[in-house]
Design a binder for this molecule. Structure first.
Ligand code: ZN
Ligand code: ZN
Length: 374
């Protein structure tokens, strides 16, 4: 069947993206879903910084590729052998499929699924297939999702069934921003009641982490960003105070205000000074978690003596260390109960045709989460 989709053919085109138009809106052809695959009518898809990292070349992926890795929709066709989803089910995509049987999946570490990582890096669906074509050429899938498209063929291992009462535009957020931000807080950092939490980098994921820290019972939440508009958003979403971590006295001030540092520092900015600041901002015995993805060549400068002598921890978090099937329904239940008000992350809804302008607004820091609605 035919589907209108946003396709990336070349990385690293110059900004503004509203002029260079890195994403081409094209009619692609989707092959029917194969075994353990379904066809999803996409209802909503979010614009995330990780899409931007593919567009600007910081996170190289095989091209051409239909981008978009944060989406929600409705199941409209079942492939062979699909028993856990039915026609009409509402689903959220997880941007890393988990096979359920590799050594990591068996240990409850779905974020490290070997088979999921392999298919994502090759631009395949789990199982090794590509289902998007144009003029006889296969296009690549983005992280098993490719949500910037009217329809998507997906592996059932990429999908989580959700409650039909949840608006699709909000549901989409749970596939990346919420899973990554809230998951990093509760699964990776294991924030406890009464902890002080610093969040550096206040984009969609960082703001989701602030909402998650509040929900997890953090005593003091400090947001840090160089952009004053984002700091203002953090205050609205539950931060107790905000700082500009690029100022020369920011670290000294933070340490004096927090009795030597915070218990937990989260870094989502994707630049090395932000991660170094987050590491220096924790107190003795504290934990720094990073979920950002700077360029693969970036290197960190930290003091091993500080790490050892002060028993500090530095942890990476992918997919919020989540098991999507377990965690997305839990986070959605909290949202429905009003305890995870992540709908505030949506700054705009846009059409697929406006997607290049949307990415320009994301790159310039004007937007938090823009959702393409279909
Ligand atoms: Zn994302
Ligand atoms: Zn696995």
């Amino acid at each position: 069947m035919k589907s209108k989709a946003a396709v990336l053919h070349e990385m690293g085109l110059p900004r503004p993206y509203s002029q260079s138009k890195p994403l081409k809106i094209e009619q692609v052809v989707l092959e029917p879903p194969g075994e353990n695959e379904v066809l999803v009518k996409i209802k909503a898809a979010g614009l995330c910084h990780s899409d931007l990292s593919v567009i600007d070349g910081n996170r190289p992926r095989p091209l051409p590729m239909v981008l978009g890795h944060e989406a929600a929709g409705e199941v409209v066709l079942l492939g062979k052998g699909v028993d856990r989803l039915r026609l009409g089910d509402h689903v959220v995509f997880a941007f890393l499929p988990s096979c359920g049987y590799c050594s990591y999946c068996k240990k409850g570490k779905a974020a490290l699924c070997e088979n999921g990582a392999k298919s994502n890096s090759e631009g395949d669906l789990m199982g090794g297939y590509k289902r998007i074509k144009k003029d006889g050429q296969f296009y690549n899938h983005h992280l098993g999702v490719s949500g910037f498209s009217e329809y998507a063929v997906a592996s059932i291992h990429s999908l989580v069934k959700i409650d039909k009462n949840i608006p699709f535009s909000v549901a989409a957020l749970f596939g990346c921003a919420v899973m990554t931000g809230v998951g990093a807080i509760v699964n990776t950092a294991e924030v406890k009641l009464g902890d002080s939490v610093l969040v550096v980098g206040l984009g969609g994921v960082g703001l989701a982490a602030i909402i998650g820290a509040k929900s997890a019972g953090a005593k003091k939440i400090i947001g840090a960003d160089i952009n004053p508009a984002k700091r203002a958003m953090a205050l609205k979403m539950g931060a107790d105070e905000v700082i500009d971590s690029s100022l020369p006295d920011a670290l000294v001030n933070l340490k004096s205000k927090t009795g030597g540092g915070v218990d937990i520092a989260m870094e989502f900015a994707g630049v090395i000074p932000a991660l170094e600041f987050a590491f220096q901002a924790i107190k003795r015995g504290g934990t720094t978690v990073t979920a950002a993805l700077p360029h693969p060549d970036a290197r960190l400068n930290i003091s091993p003596v500080d790490l050892v002598g002060n028993e500090k921890s530095l942890k990476g978090s992918y997919l919020g260390s989540c098991v999507p099937d377990r965690d997305i329904p839990n986070y959605l239940a909290l949202y429905l109960a009003g305890r995870l008000p992540v709908e505030q992350l949506i700054s705009d809804t846009i059409t697929l045709d406006d997607i290049n302008l949307g990415f320009e607004n994301l790159a310039s820091g004007k937007a938090i989460r823009q959702i393409v609605v279909f």
